[in-house]
Every structure is written in C-alpha cells, then in structure tokens.
Design a protein around this ligand. Structure first.
Ligand SMILES: [Zn+2]
Length: 378
C-alpha cells in the first residue's frame, strides 16, 4: 500500500522569521528561498517541540552549507587517521557474477540490526529498510503502523518534518506493507544526502510518536457529518470491494487455515479498522519494530565507515527505547507454524459489485515448492 501524502503545511512567519534570519547569514540565496516555503499551521506556531524539531532538522541539513561558508578560513592540515570502534561486524562479503556489484552484510552485536550494502557505481543511493511483520487478524495494524511512522518521532514530533527534511537532502521517502514484511524506502542523489537523512528516518521507524491523535487522524475517525473517515480507512474503502481484492481474499481463506499469517488482510478490513485501538498498534510496533527484526539494504556508492559510524551513533540514541536486545524474541515467519498441504481442490464463485456485468475474472491458486528447497525450488 503506498503512503498518501495528505498534509501540506502552511507558511508560518512566526516560526520562520528567526530561523530565516539566522540562515540568511549562512546559506546561499537559492537555499534561503527554499526554506521560506517551509512553515507550519497556526496550531503549531508556538509549539516548542515543533520549533526544536525544525531547528534540529535544519541543523542536520545545513551543516555542510555552514562548513562550506567557512571554507576560506579552514586551513587543511594532515591529521593521523583515526580508526573508530564499531559494534557492527562483517558477516559476509562477495562479488556477484551477474552484475558489477559487491555485497557486504554487517550485523550489530549490540542490537542485532542487519545491514546489507550493495556497492554499485551510479549517482543514486537507494535504501530499503525492511521489517518482517506477521499478524493473525485483519485489524490492519501492519498497514496503519506504516502510515503512523511518518507522523513524527521522538526528536521530530510532527507529521511532514521527515519529508521536508528529506526534500532538502535531494531525497524521497515512501513505504509499503506486504503480507510478510513492511518496507520503508529512501531514494537520494548521492551519499552525503542519504547519510544526513538516514538517522532521522530510522528514528521515525524505531521510535515513532504513535499518539492517540495521530491514530484518529491517520487510521479512522467519524467526521463532523457522521461519516467514517481517516487516511488508511479511505484507502482500504477504495479497494476492499473490488473484484480483484474480493477474489484474492477468498483465495487466501481457502489456501491458509487460521493461525497462518498469509490468510489475513494486512492492509486492514474496514470493519476492523473502525475498532482498531492505538494501544494495539503500539503493541504491534513494540513486538515487530525491533532493530533485530530490521534489515537495511543500501545500494549505491556507499562510504562504509561513515555508514557504520552513523548507525553506531543512532543505536546509542535508541537503546533505552527498545525492548532489551537479549529479551526472548519469536522471529516472525521463521518460527511460525508451517503451512499445511491442501487437502482438496475447491472451485468457488465470488460475487462482486459492478455496473458492467459483461465480464469477470478467473483466479487459479496453488502452492509451489518450498522456496528453501534447492532441488525442487530451481
Ligand atoms: Zn497505505
């Protein structure tokens, strides 16, 4: 499910004037103009959390500009190289014979977070931050969580801040919820911008605010005219009764018995989104969004030492917010009940609402071989 960009914040001179006047001395005219379009709604204008998030974020983005502005004053001196301790160990490294790439895998001994770096020439750096997510109901907790992670984090408490900062680092963000994983993406021109946004983005994923207000706004609420509303609710309302979705859901119900994750609609069914609570979403986040269940895949021209340093620093800021890394953890899917074989062939008809009754669709579903079976799976 793709994320909906819903809110465009309005210009707020009260917040911006001190920031702009400060920046005017530090950055080029082009950057000043860009910053002048970044504001907040009147509700936010006096909020100290918003102000500090904005200023902190701009500091991250503009640090290189500040350094550049001081360049004439900086005298280059030869410094001894400093090797830094990292908590990330190399698990494996190999060249691929099908593309000009080198793949390296690191794992953090502190949190268990996995990082896979694909060294590849090119101007773009692509990041995929994937979590294995498994649920045994149609509540939509995985999908709602995907939306709520963009609503603010521990240090950046408002919706839109991440995307605005990402834009300033020549980046775009997006995310999707599949049945067996949730993935967040960061797409940047060059390593420097990627490196700036990475810790801000990861904080949104691992330590989001997940407020009650955010859930009402983004997931489901009843509006002033008595109608169901909410970004996720509206998204699912648009697809739940289409012929493809109805047929797919019936197929999943026939293939998988209760207690098997593939049986369920991770996007959320409208009936269940209406009663989904913020506490249930927080519980799901705490269970699934742990660094040990997170794999970062980063593709492009990557500075490995810089990357591991950023991730080390990031881990240091979240250790008190996550479950203890040594606490018992059931790995989603890997340690779950296996899917039993089909006992019989079923042929069913699925009705769907449509004005045009001239055509329909046929779906044929069956289990393939085990994907881990090197002989049959070939
Ligand atoms: Zn969505």
């Amino acid at each position: 499910m793709c994320r909906v960009f819903a809110t465009q914040m309005l210009l707020c001179p009260v917040v911006l004037l001190p920031v702009i006047s400060l920046l005017a001395r530090l950055v080029s005219p082009a950057v000043q103009l860009e910053i002048a379009t970044f504001g907040a709604t009147a509700d936010y204008k006096q909020n100290r959390f918003y102000k500090s998030a904005l200023e902190k974020g701009l500091d991250v983005i503009l640090r290189p500009a500040r350094l550049r502005s001081r360049l004439p004053d900086i005298v280059q001196v030869d410094m001894p190289s400093v090797s830094r301790e990292t908590h990330f160990g190399t698990v494996g490294k190999f060249n691929t014979d099908y593309s000009p790439s080198v793949i390296t895998q690191y794992v953090s001994e502190r949190t268990g977070m996995t990082v896979v770096v694909v060294d590849q020439k090119g101007p773009k750096v692509l990041g995929f931050f994937a979590l294995a997510t498994e649920i045994h109901d149609d509540s939509g907790a995985p999908h709602t969580l995907e939306h709520l992670c963009f609503m603010g984090s521990k240090s950046y408490r408002y919706k839109g801040v991440l995307d605005k900062l990402a834009t300033r680092a020549y980046s775009t963000t997006n995310a999707w919820t599949a049945t067996d994983h949730t993935a967040y993406t960061l797409d940047t021109a060059g390593w420097a911008g990627f490196a700036q946004i990475l810790p801000v983005y990861l904080e949104h994923v691992i330590v989001p605010t997940l407020t009650d207000a955010g859930c009402y706004t983004e997931v489901h609420h009843v509006d002033g005219s008595g109608h169901d509303a909410g970004v996720v609710y509206s998204e699912m309302q648009g697809v739940q009764n289409t012929q493809g979705e109805l047929m797919d859901l019936r197929s999943k119900r026939l293939l998988y018995p209760e207690g098997i994750g593939f049986r369920y609609e991770t996007g959320g069914m409208m009936e269940q989104l209406r009663v989904l609570t913020a506490d249930r979403i927080r519980e799901f986040h705490r269970e699934m969004y742990q660094p040990k269940n997170l794999c970062l895949v980063i593709v492009g021209e990557i500075d490995h030492t810089d990357l591991l340093g950023i991730l080390d620093d990031f881990e240091g800021t979240i250790l008190l917010d996550i479950p203890k890394p040594a606490a018992p953890f059931k790995r989603p899917w890997v340690e779950s009940k296996p899917t039993p074989a089909l006992q019989k062939t079923s042929v069913v008809t699925v009705d769907f609402p449509e004005e045009d009754e001239s055509s329909g669709e046929i779906m044929i579903s069956f289990f393939g071989p085990d994907c881990n079976d090197a002989v049959l799976g070939k």
